[in-house]
Design a binder for this molecule. Structure first.
Ligand SMILES: *Cc1c(COP(=O)(O)O)cnc(C)c1O
Length: 223
């Protein structure tokens, strides 16, 4: 698999306008290092255990992103180094991230994960739940997290119209939130949407950050 070539092609396609998170779940540290040597610095993982093992072994200037569901009892393992948590889905989790970030003497950037797919199993918040969080007085007390935007995973489908619809809806909600709750916070600027199968559509609908795995590394092998 020509990893370097794949990365270079995708980066040139993104044209400096959209950020690339290379999704490395199930990939070995050797493979990740190959992508690193091609210049890639942002990598995304789904599981905390896998993330900390890879963080230990690989160069320290890598920016690690957590994409998968995060349990509150695992936050402490990543708080000192995580660059961006894409999968925040409750106020409780935000409070734990804030507390661990304070211990680590830093501010952790987070995205709120929004449920946009039709599938039942996907994690994420509804729009109503997000409004409840950002209006909660307890949310306003949090000083060691910063919400820098939203993340969403579309339905796993070939139906382009459906994908356009889901990404467009997420972008509309993102703009509304920005206007109504984050106007004085310019760092609220990231819309993480788009994977190997649907990133072109996501970009057309305003994505600022795509999360691409199999298109760079080939099919994942789960052992
Ligand atoms: C695995 C995964 C990706 C990347 O998926 P590909 O289809 O391999 O590009 C992106 N985002 C999340 C949340 C993932 O779990």
């Amino acid at each position: 698999m020509p990893i370097a070539e794949n990365i270079i092609n995708i980066i040139s396609e993104l044209n400096g306008k959209v950020k690339l998170v290379a999704v490395t779940k199930t990939q070995t540290t050797e493979i990740i290092f190959e992508a690193y040597q091609a210049g890639q610095r942002s990598f995304g993982e789904n599981k905390v255990q896998e993330l900390i093992e890879k963080h230990e072994k690989l160069p320290k200037d890598i920016m690690w992103h957590l994409l998968g569901h995060l349990q509150t009892n695992k936050v402490k393992y990543i708080a000192s180094f995580i660059s961006l948590i894409h999968s925040v889905d409750s106020l409780k989790l935000l409070q734990v991230i804030d507390a661990e970030a304070r211990k680590a003497e830093r501010v952790i950037p987070c995205l709120l994960e929004i449920k946009i797919a039709q599938e039942e199993s996907k994690y994420g918040l509804t729009e109503v739940e997000v409004i409840k969080i950002v209006e909660d007085p307890d949310f306003l007390k949090l000083k060691n997290i910063t919400i820098v935007g939203l993340m969403g995973m579309a339905t796993f489908t070939d139906d382009k119209e459906q994908l356009h619809k889901e990404f467009k809806k997420l972008n509309t909600f993102f703009q509304t939130l920005k206007q109504e709750y984050f106007l004085n916070q310019p760092s609220f600027s990231e819309l993480s949407m788009g994977m190997s199968g649907d990133y072109k559509i996501a970009i057309q609908e305003g994505s600022t950050m795509v999360r691409i795995g199999s298109l760079i590394f080939g099919d994942r092998v789960y052992s």
